[in-house]
Design a protein around this ligand. Sequence first.
Ligand SMILES: O=C(O)CCC(=O)C(=O)O
Length: 417
Amino acid sequence: MLALSALFSAENIASSQLARENAEKARKAAAESEDRAATTCVRVKYRAKSKKSVAGADDVMNKYGVVILEPSAKAEKEGEATSRKQKKVDNECEGSENSLLLPVELLQAMREESDKIEKVICSRLGELNIETSVSRRLKRMVLNETAQTSNFKFQEVSSRCLGRLDVRYGMDSYPFSDPRILENSPWLPLVHKLLGNDAVLKYMGLIYSYPGSIDQPFHGDGPHLFGNSFQAPMHAVNVFIPLSDISKDLGPTEFVLGSHILENAKIVQSALQLNGTVPKNIGKNSSDDENGTDSNVNTLISPLLKFGSVLLYDYRTIHRGVTNSSLNECRHMFYMLYSKPWFNESVNFGEVSLFSDDAKELAEELTTKEIDSSCGDKRTSTECNEKTDSGSKKSKKVRLAKFEDENSAGYCDLNNM
Ligand SMILES: O=C(O)CCC(=O)C(=O)O
Protein backbone atom coordinates (compact mmCIF):
# COMPACT_ATOMS: atom_id res chain seq x y z
CA MET A 1 0.00 0.00 0.00
CA LEU A 2 2.76 2.32 1.04
CA ALA A 3 4.71 1.45 -2.10
CA LEU A 4 1.59 2.09 -4.24
CA SER A 5 0.90 5.50 -2.70
CA ALA A 6 4.57 6.45 -3.07
CA LEU A 7 4.26 5.49 -6.73
CA PHE A 8 1.11 7.63 -7.12
CA SER A 9 2.70 10.65 -5.50
CA ALA A 10 5.83 10.23 -7.62
CA GLU A 11 3.54 10.16 -10.64
CA ASN A 12 1.73 13.24 -9.40
CA ILE A 13 4.97 15.09 -8.95
CA ALA A 14 6.15 14.05 -12.39
CA SER A 15 2.90 15.11 -14.06
CA SER A 16 2.75 18.46 -12.29
CA GLN A 17 6.38 19.01 -13.24
CA LEU A 18 5.45 18.19 -16.84
CA ALA A 19 2.47 20.56 -16.68
CA ARG A 20 4.73 23.33 -15.37
CA GLU A 21 7.23 22.71 -18.15
CA ASN A 22 4.48 22.73 -20.77
CA ALA A 23 3.01 25.95 -19.37
CA GLU A 24 6.46 27.52 -19.46
CA LYS A 25 6.97 26.37 -23.06
CA ALA A 26 3.56 27.77 -24.02
CA ARG A 27 4.37 31.08 -22.32
CA LYS A 28 7.66 31.33 -24.20
CA ALA A 29 6.05 30.40 -27.53
CA ALA A 30 3.30 33.01 -26.98
CA ALA A 31 5.89 35.68 -26.11
CA GLU A 32 7.90 34.82 -29.20
CA SER A 33 4.91 34.85 -31.50
CA GLU A 34 3.75 38.17 -30.01
CA ASP A 35 7.21 39.51 -30.62
CA ARG A 36 7.26 38.26 -34.20
CA ALA A 37 3.94 39.95 -34.85
CA ALA A 38 5.20 43.23 -33.44
CA THR A 39 8.49 43.20 -35.30
CA THR A 40 7.56 41.80 -38.70
CA CYS A 41 7.05 45.30 -40.09
CA VAL A 42 10.74 46.00 -39.76
CA ARG A 43 11.91 42.63 -41.09
CA VAL A 44 13.10 42.72 -44.67
CA LYS A 45 14.14 39.86 -46.89
CA TYR A 46 17.48 41.00 -48.07
CA ARG A 47 20.49 39.94 -50.03
CA ALA A 48 21.98 43.06 -51.47
CA LYS A 49 24.90 42.96 -53.83
CA SER A 50 24.78 46.65 -54.61
CA LYS A 51 23.23 49.88 -53.49
CA LYS A 52 20.55 49.41 -56.13
CA SER A 53 19.31 46.15 -54.71
CA VAL A 54 18.83 46.87 -51.04
CA ALA A 55 15.33 45.41 -51.35
CA GLY A 56 13.47 48.31 -49.78
CA ALA A 57 15.40 48.01 -46.51
CA ASP A 58 16.25 51.70 -46.89
CA ASP A 59 12.53 52.59 -46.99
CA VAL A 60 11.90 50.65 -43.79
CA MET A 61 14.88 52.31 -42.17
CA ASN A 62 13.74 55.77 -43.23
CA LYS A 63 10.25 55.12 -41.99
CA TYR A 64 10.84 53.26 -38.73
CA GLY A 65 14.48 54.04 -37.88
CA VAL A 66 15.09 50.27 -37.47
CA VAL A 67 15.41 47.37 -39.88
CA ILE A 68 16.12 43.66 -39.45
CA LEU A 69 17.76 42.03 -42.45
CA GLU A 70 16.80 38.49 -43.29
CA PRO A 71 18.54 36.52 -46.02
CA SER A 72 16.49 35.69 -49.02
CA ALA A 73 17.49 33.61 -52.02
CA LYS A 74 14.50 35.14 -53.78
CA ALA A 75 15.75 38.64 -53.14
CA GLU A 76 19.07 37.65 -54.65
CA LYS A 77 17.43 36.28 -57.77
CA GLU A 78 14.87 38.95 -58.22
CA GLY A 79 16.92 41.90 -57.05
CA GLU A 80 15.07 44.97 -58.11
CA ALA A 81 11.76 43.15 -58.39
CA THR A 82 11.75 42.55 -54.64
CA SER A 83 12.56 46.16 -54.12
CA ARG A 84 9.47 47.25 -56.09
CA LYS A 85 7.33 44.85 -54.09
CA GLN A 86 8.65 46.12 -50.79
CA LYS A 87 5.90 48.69 -50.26
CA LYS A 88 3.38 45.87 -50.30
CA VAL A 89 5.42 43.73 -47.94
CA ASP A 90 5.71 46.69 -45.65
CA ASN A 91 1.96 47.17 -45.50
CA GLU A 92 1.20 43.52 -45.01
CA CYS A 93 3.82 43.21 -42.27
CA GLU A 94 4.75 39.86 -43.70
CA GLY A 95 6.92 37.69 -41.47
CA SER A 96 9.62 35.24 -42.39
CA GLU A 97 11.99 32.75 -40.88
CA ASN A 98 15.28 34.08 -39.65
CA SER A 99 18.66 32.74 -40.73
CA LEU A 100 22.16 34.05 -41.25
CA LEU A 101 23.69 36.70 -43.50
CA LEU A 102 27.24 35.84 -42.39
CA PRO A 103 28.88 32.40 -42.52
CA VAL A 104 28.31 30.51 -39.32
CA GLU A 105 31.99 29.73 -38.78
CA LEU A 106 32.80 33.43 -38.87
CA LEU A 107 30.06 34.15 -36.36
CA GLN A 108 31.31 31.39 -34.09
CA ALA A 109 34.82 32.81 -34.26
CA MET A 110 33.38 36.21 -33.31
CA ARG A 111 31.68 34.66 -30.31
CA GLU A 112 34.86 32.89 -29.21
CA GLU A 113 36.84 36.09 -29.52
CA SER A 114 34.16 37.95 -27.63
CA ASP A 115 34.65 35.53 -24.73
CA LYS A 116 38.39 36.19 -24.76
CA ILE A 117 37.98 39.95 -24.89
CA GLU A 118 35.57 39.80 -21.98
CA LYS A 119 38.19 38.03 -19.87
CA VAL A 120 40.87 40.61 -20.65
CA ILE A 121 38.60 43.54 -19.88
CA CYS A 122 37.12 42.00 -16.77
CA SER A 123 40.42 41.02 -15.27
CA ARG A 124 41.75 44.53 -15.79
CA LEU A 125 38.62 46.00 -14.20
CA GLY A 126 39.18 43.57 -11.34
CA GLU A 127 42.81 44.69 -10.98
CA LEU A 128 41.61 48.26 -10.77
CA ASN A 129 39.05 47.32 -8.12
CA ILE A 130 36.21 48.63 -10.17
CA GLU A 131 32.91 47.21 -9.10
CA THR A 132 32.23 44.24 -11.25
CA SER A 133 29.43 42.38 -9.63
CA VAL A 134 25.73 43.01 -9.72
CA SER A 135 25.24 42.20 -6.08
CA ARG A 136 21.72 42.44 -4.76
CA ARG A 137 22.83 45.06 -2.31
CA LEU A 138 24.37 47.22 -5.02
CA LYS A 139 21.38 46.76 -7.26
CA ARG A 140 19.02 47.73 -4.46
CA MET A 141 21.03 50.88 -3.87
CA VAL A 142 20.92 51.84 -7.52
CA LEU A 143 17.24 51.11 -7.91
CA ASN A 144 16.45 53.00 -4.73
CA GLU A 145 18.24 56.00 -6.20
CA THR A 146 20.40 56.21 -3.14
CA ALA A 147 23.53 55.69 -5.16
CA GLN A 148 24.76 55.82 -8.68
CA THR A 149 27.45 53.28 -9.12
CA SER A 150 29.61 51.41 -11.54
CA ASN A 151 29.58 54.30 -13.92
CA PHE A 152 32.87 54.56 -15.74
CA LYS A 153 34.26 55.49 -19.12
CA PHE A 154 37.64 54.47 -20.47
CA GLN A 155 38.92 54.45 -24.02
CA GLU A 156 38.22 50.75 -24.34
CA VAL A 157 35.21 50.19 -22.11
CA SER A 158 32.29 52.14 -20.73
CA SER A 159 29.64 50.97 -18.35
CA ARG A 160 26.12 51.42 -19.63
CA CYS A 161 24.23 51.25 -16.38
CA LEU A 162 24.74 48.54 -13.83
CA GLY A 163 25.57 45.16 -15.34
CA ARG A 164 26.18 46.26 -18.93
CA LEU A 165 29.57 46.90 -20.53
CA ASP A 166 30.27 48.50 -23.89
CA VAL A 167 33.72 47.38 -25.04
CA ARG A 168 35.64 48.54 -28.06
CA TYR A 169 38.83 46.62 -27.70
CA GLY A 170 40.42 43.82 -29.72
CA MET A 171 38.61 44.85 -32.86
CA ASP A 172 41.63 45.18 -35.12
CA SER A 173 42.33 41.50 -35.62
CA TYR A 174 40.52 38.40 -36.89
CA PRO A 175 37.61 37.73 -36.87
CA PHE A 176 36.50 41.34 -36.52
CA SER A 177 38.92 42.51 -39.20
CA ASP A 178 37.68 39.89 -41.67
CA PRO A 179 36.83 41.43 -45.08
CA ARG A 180 33.40 39.78 -44.85
CA ILE A 181 32.73 42.18 -42.01
CA LEU A 182 34.71 45.21 -43.07
CA GLU A 183 34.74 45.38 -46.86
CA ASN A 184 32.18 42.98 -48.27
CA SER A 185 29.60 42.87 -45.55
CA PRO A 186 26.05 42.32 -46.78
CA TRP A 187 24.80 45.42 -44.97
CA LEU A 188 27.38 47.76 -46.53
CA PRO A 189 25.34 48.53 -49.69
CA LEU A 190 22.46 49.52 -47.41
CA VAL A 191 24.72 51.68 -45.25
CA HIS A 192 25.98 53.39 -48.42
CA LYS A 193 22.46 53.97 -49.63
CA LEU A 194 21.51 55.50 -46.28
CA LEU A 195 24.63 57.55 -45.55
CA GLY A 196 26.33 57.93 -48.93
CA ASN A 197 29.29 56.16 -50.53
CA ASP A 198 31.72 58.08 -48.35
CA ALA A 199 30.25 56.68 -45.12
CA VAL A 200 32.95 55.64 -42.65
CA LEU A 201 33.13 52.96 -40.02
CA LYS A 202 33.68 54.91 -36.79
CA TYR A 203 34.29 51.94 -34.54
CA MET A 204 33.09 48.48 -33.65
CA GLY A 205 32.54 46.93 -30.28
CA LEU A 206 30.81 44.44 -28.05
CA ILE A 207 28.05 44.92 -25.54
CA TYR A 208 27.90 42.50 -22.64
CA SER A 209 24.73 42.41 -20.60
CA TYR A 210 25.17 40.30 -17.48
CA PRO A 211 22.58 38.50 -15.39
CA GLY A 212 21.08 41.12 -13.11
CA SER A 213 21.82 44.06 -15.42
CA ILE A 214 19.25 46.78 -14.93
CA ASP A 215 16.97 48.44 -17.48
CA GLN A 216 18.67 51.32 -19.21
CA PRO A 217 16.83 54.58 -19.56
CA PHE A 218 15.44 55.12 -23.05
CA HIS A 219 18.02 56.99 -25.08
CA GLY A 220 19.28 57.81 -28.54
CA ASP A 221 22.97 57.15 -29.07
CA GLY A 222 23.50 60.80 -29.84
CA PRO A 223 21.61 64.02 -30.38
CA HIS A 224 19.63 65.21 -33.35
CA LEU A 225 21.93 67.63 -35.12
CA PHE A 226 21.57 71.39 -35.53
CA GLY A 227 20.05 71.96 -32.11
CA ASN A 228 16.79 70.15 -32.88
CA SER A 229 15.84 72.87 -35.33
CA PHE A 230 14.79 70.59 -38.19
CA GLN A 231 14.74 66.98 -39.28
CA ALA A 232 18.23 66.38 -40.64
CA PRO A 233 19.00 63.42 -42.90
CA MET A 234 20.44 60.32 -41.30
CA HIS A 235 24.07 60.87 -40.27
CA ALA A 236 24.95 57.68 -38.39
CA VAL A 237 23.77 54.10 -38.30
CA ASN A 238 24.45 51.31 -35.84
CA VAL A 239 24.54 47.64 -36.86
CA PHE A 240 23.76 45.08 -34.14
CA ILE A 241 24.69 41.41 -34.50
CA PRO A 242 23.85 39.26 -31.47
CA LEU A 243 26.38 36.57 -30.65
CA SER A 244 23.81 34.53 -28.73
CA ASP A 245 20.13 33.80 -29.42
CA ILE A 246 18.27 36.52 -27.58
CA SER A 247 15.41 35.20 -25.50
CA LYS A 248 13.08 37.36 -23.42
CA ASP A 249 15.15 36.36 -20.38
CA LEU A 250 18.38 37.70 -21.86
CA GLY A 251 16.81 41.14 -22.26
CA PRO A 252 16.31 42.06 -25.91
CA THR A 253 16.95 45.67 -26.89
CA GLU A 254 13.73 47.70 -27.06
CA PHE A 255 13.31 50.16 -29.94
CA VAL A 256 10.76 52.93 -30.33
CA LEU A 257 9.73 52.81 -33.97
CA GLY A 258 9.78 56.13 -35.78
CA SER A 259 11.61 57.90 -32.95
CA HIS A 260 14.48 58.94 -35.22
CA ILE A 261 12.05 61.56 -36.49
CA LEU A 262 12.47 64.72 -34.44
CA GLU A 263 8.74 65.36 -33.98
CA ASN A 264 8.19 61.79 -32.81
CA ALA A 265 11.21 61.92 -30.52
CA LYS A 266 9.68 64.96 -28.82
CA ILE A 267 6.38 63.11 -28.33
CA VAL A 268 8.20 60.12 -26.86
CA GLN A 269 10.37 62.24 -24.59
CA SER A 270 7.39 64.11 -23.17
CA ALA A 271 5.46 60.89 -22.58
CA LEU A 272 8.49 59.45 -20.79
CA GLN A 273 8.79 62.52 -18.66
CA LEU A 274 5.08 62.64 -17.95
CA ASN A 275 4.36 59.05 -17.06
CA GLY A 276 7.48 57.03 -17.74
CA THR A 277 5.99 55.09 -20.64
CA VAL A 278 6.34 55.07 -24.40
CA PRO A 279 3.09 55.90 -26.24
CA LYS A 280 1.52 52.83 -27.85
CA ASN A 281 1.76 54.42 -31.25
CA ILE A 282 3.02 57.72 -32.49
CA GLY A 283 1.64 57.35 -35.98
CA LYS A 284 -0.73 59.72 -37.60
CA ASN A 285 -3.78 57.91 -38.87
CA SER A 286 -2.57 57.72 -42.40
CA SER A 287 0.17 55.22 -43.13
CA ASP A 288 1.39 57.41 -45.95
CA ASP A 289 2.22 60.23 -43.59
CA GLU A 290 5.95 59.94 -43.79
CA ASN A 291 6.52 61.01 -40.19
CA GLY A 292 4.14 58.55 -38.62
CA THR A 293 4.48 54.86 -37.98
CA ASP A 294 1.35 52.96 -39.06
CA SER A 295 -1.32 53.47 -36.46
CA ASN A 296 -1.85 49.71 -36.16
CA VAL A 297 1.83 49.07 -35.48
CA ASN A 298 3.05 49.00 -31.89
CA THR A 299 5.64 51.69 -31.37
CA LEU A 300 7.72 49.72 -28.91
CA ILE A 301 9.32 46.54 -30.19
CA SER A 302 11.77 44.15 -28.59
CA PRO A 303 12.91 41.77 -31.31
CA LEU A 304 14.07 38.36 -30.15
CA LEU A 305 17.00 38.25 -32.53
CA LYS A 306 18.71 34.99 -33.30
CA PHE A 307 22.45 34.42 -33.08
CA GLY A 308 24.05 36.15 -36.08
CA SER A 309 21.03 38.08 -37.32
CA VAL A 310 21.54 41.66 -38.42
CA LEU A 311 19.66 44.72 -37.19
CA LEU A 312 20.37 48.31 -38.22
CA TYR A 313 19.09 51.42 -36.50
CA ASP A 314 19.41 55.13 -36.97
CA TYR A 315 21.76 56.53 -34.32
CA ARG A 316 18.95 58.81 -33.15
CA THR A 317 16.33 56.08 -32.70
CA ILE A 318 15.25 55.86 -29.07
CA HIS A 319 16.01 52.47 -27.55
CA ARG A 320 17.29 50.77 -24.42
CA GLY A 321 18.76 47.53 -23.21
CA VAL A 322 16.59 45.83 -20.62
CA THR A 323 17.38 43.64 -17.68
CA ASN A 324 18.98 40.26 -18.24
CA SER A 325 16.89 38.10 -15.95
CA SER A 326 18.58 34.82 -16.83
CA LEU A 327 20.38 33.01 -14.04
CA ASN A 328 23.84 32.79 -15.49
CA GLU A 329 23.97 33.67 -19.16
CA CYS A 330 25.69 36.82 -20.40
CA ARG A 331 24.23 38.35 -23.57
CA HIS A 332 26.92 39.14 -26.16
CA MET A 333 26.22 41.69 -28.90
CA PHE A 334 28.63 42.80 -31.62
CA TYR A 335 28.03 46.24 -33.12
CA MET A 336 29.43 48.56 -35.79
CA LEU A 337 28.91 52.30 -35.90
CA TYR A 338 28.95 53.95 -39.35
CA SER A 339 28.56 57.64 -40.01
CA LYS A 340 28.98 60.43 -42.50
CA PRO A 341 32.70 61.27 -42.68
CA TRP A 342 32.38 64.65 -40.96
CA PHE A 343 30.55 63.31 -37.92
CA ASN A 344 32.56 63.36 -34.73
CA GLU A 345 31.47 60.78 -32.16
CA SER A 346 33.02 61.58 -28.83
CA VAL A 347 30.36 61.14 -26.18
CA ASN A 348 30.32 57.44 -25.54
CA PHE A 349 33.84 56.55 -24.40
CA GLY A 350 36.50 58.16 -22.22
CA GLU A 351 40.00 59.35 -23.02
CA VAL A 352 42.05 57.40 -20.51
CA SER A 353 43.14 53.92 -21.55
CA LEU A 354 42.06 51.14 -19.23
CA PHE A 355 45.57 49.72 -19.51
CA SER A 356 47.46 52.91 -18.69
CA ASP A 357 48.77 54.04 -15.33
CA ASP A 358 46.31 56.91 -15.43
CA ALA A 359 43.55 54.33 -15.28
CA LYS A 360 44.58 53.54 -11.71
CA GLU A 361 44.12 57.12 -10.71
CA LEU A 362 40.78 57.32 -12.44
CA ALA A 363 39.67 54.09 -10.81
CA GLU A 364 40.67 55.44 -7.39
CA GLU A 365 38.56 58.50 -8.02
CA LEU A 366 35.68 56.33 -9.14
CA THR A 367 35.60 54.51 -5.88
CA THR A 368 34.89 57.62 -3.89
CA LYS A 369 33.65 60.23 -6.27
CA GLU A 370 30.11 61.42 -6.55
CA ILE A 371 29.14 59.96 -9.85
CA ASP A 372 26.78 61.50 -12.26
CA SER A 373 23.88 59.48 -13.47
CA SER A 374 24.29 59.81 -17.19
CA CYS A 375 24.76 56.11 -17.87
CA GLY A 376 27.79 56.80 -20.03
CA ASP A 377 26.59 60.08 -21.49
CA LYS A 378 24.07 58.65 -23.90
CA ARG A 379 22.32 61.79 -24.87
CA THR A 380 18.68 61.20 -24.09
CA SER A 381 19.44 59.16 -21.00
CA THR A 382 17.79 60.03 -17.80
CA GLU A 383 18.99 57.78 -15.03
CA CYS A 384 20.36 54.30 -14.49
CA ASN A 385 17.09 53.34 -13.06
CA GLU A 386 14.09 51.26 -13.86
CA LYS A 387 12.02 54.40 -13.98
CA THR A 388 12.44 56.43 -17.12
CA ASP A 389 11.35 59.81 -15.83
CA SER A 390 13.92 62.30 -14.75
CA GLY A 391 13.15 61.62 -11.08
CA SER A 392 15.27 62.80 -8.21
CA LYS A 393 19.02 62.42 -8.37
CA LYS A 394 20.00 61.57 -4.86
CA SER A 395 23.42 60.23 -5.61
CA LYS A 396 25.76 60.12 -2.67
CA LYS A 397 29.32 59.17 -2.07
CA VAL A 398 29.79 55.45 -2.10
CA ARG A 399 32.65 53.06 -2.43
CA LEU A 400 32.08 51.23 -5.62
CA ALA A 401 34.53 48.47 -5.29
CA LYS A 402 34.21 45.22 -3.43
CA PHE A 403 30.79 44.99 -1.95
CA GLU A 404 30.87 41.73 -0.11
CA ASP A 405 27.66 39.97 -0.90
CA GLU A 406 27.09 36.30 -1.32
CA ASN A 407 24.29 37.06 -3.77
CA SER A 408 26.46 38.69 -6.35
CA ALA A 409 25.67 37.53 -9.86
CA GLY A 410 28.06 36.75 -12.65
CA TYR A 411 28.86 40.22 -13.94
CA CYS A 412 32.52 39.93 -14.84
CA ASP A 413 32.70 37.09 -12.41
CA LEU A 414 36.41 36.42 -12.42
CA ASN A 415 35.98 33.25 -10.40
CA ASN A 416 34.11 31.73 -13.30
CA MET A 417 36.69 32.54 -15.93
O1 LIG B 1 22.16 46.38 -24.34
C1 LIG B 1 21.41 46.75 -25.23
O2 LIG B 1 20.51 46.03 -25.66
C2 LIG B 1 21.51 48.12 -25.78
C3 LIG B 1 22.72 48.83 -25.31
C4 LIG B 1 22.64 50.28 -25.54
O3 LIG B 1 21.71 50.81 -26.03
C5 LIG B 1 23.75 51.12 -25.11
O4 LIG B 1 24.80 50.62 -24.72
O5 LIG B 1 23.57 52.33 -25.15
